[in-house]
Design a binder for this molecule. Structure first.
Ligand code: 0PR
Length: 385
C-alpha cells in the first residue's frame, strides 16, 4: 500500500481500466457460465443491505427474518412446508454444509467415524472439496449410457460406511436430471442421508414443470430427500454470492451447531461466521418481483432458445451428446477434435467451455445469450463445419 491517500477519481479510473479487461455478459459471448447478469432490482436491494451481518443475527433481526422467509419460499417451491437452511455463498458452500450435516448425523446416530459418500462421476467438483475437508472417502457411482446415475452401480457402492448419497438435478456439464425418485426410495429404505444438488436446476425445474415440461420430480415430495442445494445466483438471477441449502429437518442443522457464546445467538451451524445479509435481501426481492409466473417465463424462453440452438446444430451436421433436459447443449463435430473446434471458436471471440465427460463443447443458455447471439454463433459454426 502506498503512504499517501489517492484521489477518488484516480482510483476509479484505475479500477475501470482493470474492469475493462473482464468479459461482459452483455456481448452474449460467454458460453459456459451458469451465472449471468443479476436483475437490476436485485442489485439495487443488495446495495441497501451491504452492512448487515447474519453472523450475529440478534443485531440484524429484520434481515434474519428475510433469510428465514427466503428459505421458507424456496422450501415451498421444493414441496417442503417447514424448511430449514441458509442463504450461503454458492453451491460449493451449500454442498459442503449438506455433506457436513450428513457426516455429523451418521457419526452421532450410527457411530460411523470413517465415512464414505457416494457421488456420480458427473458431480460438481465441490464434493471433492467437501470430502477432503471432512475427511470422507469418495465412492463413485457409474453413469449409464445416458450419462445419468446407474442405479445398480449406486446400489453396489453402498456400504455400512456410507454417510450420504448424492444425485444431481441439472448436472454441471450436460444439465441432466438423475433418477432421483428411484434413488430416494433406496436411501429411504436403507436409512441413508440423500442430498440432491439442484444448484443449477432448482430455479428452473419447478417452473418448467408448471408450464408443462415433462421433467421428473426431484424434491422433498420424495421421502428420502434430506437436503437440496439450489442457487439463486444461477437461474434465480440474484447477484453473486447467493447459494441456497434447504434441509428437511432442523436436526441436520443441530448436528453441525457449535457454541458461539458471546454472540446474540448461542450456537452457529453455518460454515461462514460473518456473512452477508445482502444476498438474502436481494434473493427475497427478486423472488417477489418475478413470482412463479416471471420465473416460468424466463425458464421457458431459455428452453426455447436451447431447442432452437440444438435443432440448428443438427441441421448443420453437428452431433448432440444428448437431448437437452435443461438449458445446456453439448455437441461435437463429427470428425474435428473438440479442442481444435473450441480453439477456432475462441479465435472468433467466443468464450467456449469444453465438457470432460464426455468431451464436448458445452453451451449454457443463460439469460445473457439472446437469439441474435445464437444466430451469430450458428453462422460461425456453419463456417467452420
Ligand atoms: N453444483 C452444481 C451442479 C454446479 O454446477 C455448481 C457450479 C456448483 C454446485 C458449485 O456452485 P458455486 O460455483 O456457486 O459454488 N457450476 C458452475 C461450474 O463450476 C459454476 C460456474 C459459473 C462456472 C460461472 C463458470 C462460470 O463462468 O461449472
Amino acid at each position: 500500500m502506498q503512504d499517501n491517500p489517492i484521489d477518488k477519481q484516480d482510483i476509479l479510473n484505475e479500477l475501470a481500466e482493470l474492469h475493462s479487461l473482464d468479459y461482459d455478459y452483455e456481448d452474449g459471448r460467454i458460453l459456459g457460465s451458469m451465472c449471468t447478469q443479476a436483475h437490476p432490482f436485485a442489485k439495487e436491494v443488495y446495495c441497501k443491505f451491504l452492512d448487515t451481518n447474519l453472523g450475529d443475527p440478534g443485531l440484524f433481526k429484520g434481515t434474519k427474518r428475510i433469510e428465514e422467509e427466503v428459505i421458507k419460499s424456496i422450501g415451498e417451491l421444493l414441496s417442503l412446508d417447514e424448511a430449514y437452511g441458509n442463504i450461503v455463498t454458492g453451491g460449493t458452500e451449500a454442498n459442503l454444509m449438506a455433506i457436513r450435516a450428513a457426516r455429523n448425523h451418521a457419526r452421532k446416530y450410527k457411530g460411523i467415524t470413517d465415512g464414505e459418500i457416494i457421488i456420480p462421476n458427473s458431480a460438481h467438483f465441490s464434493f471433492k472439496k467437501a470430502a477432503d475437508m471432512l475427511s470422507l472417502k469418495i465412492v463413485e457411482a457409474k453413469l449409464d449410457e445416458n450419462y445419468k446415475i446407474d442405479v445398480g452401480s449406486l446400489n453396489e457402492a453402498i456400504s455400512d460406511k456410507t454417510v450420504a448419497i448424492v444425485a444431481i438435478a441439472g448436472t454441471t456439464e450436460l444439465g441432466l436430471i438423475d433418477p432421483i425418485e428411484e434413488i430416494s426410495k433406496i436411501a429411504f429404505e436403507k436409512n441413508i442421508y440423500f442430498h440432491v444438488d439442484a444448484a443449477f436446476g432448482g430455479f428452473s425445474i419447478p417452473f418448467l414443470r408448471e408450464i408443462g415440461y415433462n421433467l421428473p420430480v426431484f424434491d422433498f415430495s420424495l421421502d428420502g430427500v434430506c437436503s437440496i442445494t439450489v442457487d439463486p445466483h444461477k437461474m434465480g438471477l440474484a447477484p453473486i454470492p447467493a447459494g441456497g441449502i434447504i434441509f428437511r429437518k432442523e436436526e441436520y442443522l443441530e448436528v453441525m451447531a457449535v457454541d458461539s457464546p458471546y454472540l446474540t445467538v448461542k450456537t452457529q451451524s453455518t460454515i461462514v461466521g460473518t456473512r452477508l445479509g445482502a444476498s438474502s435481501a436481494a434473493t427475497y426481492a427478486i423472488m417477489k418481483y418475478f413470482g412463479k409466473k416471471g420465473y416460468s417465463k424466463i425458464a421457458g424462453n431459455l428452453m426455447e432458445n436451447t431447442m432452437f440452438f440444438a435443432q440448428n446444430l443438427k441441421e448443420i451436421g453437428y452431433e448432440i451428446i444428448c437431448e437437452p433436459e435443461l438449458n445446456i447443449v453439448a455437441f461435437n463435430h463429427p470428425t474435428m477434435d473438440t479442442n481444435v473446434l473450441a480453439g477456432k471458436l475462441e479465435k472468433r471471440g467466443w468464450k467456449v467451455s469444453v465438457a470432460k465427460c464426455p468431451v464436448a463443447i458445452r453451451v449454457v443458455l443463460m439469460n445473457h445469450i439472446k437469439k441474435n447471439h445464437l444466430e451469430e454463433l450458428l453462422k460461425d459454426l456453419k463456417d467452420l463445419y
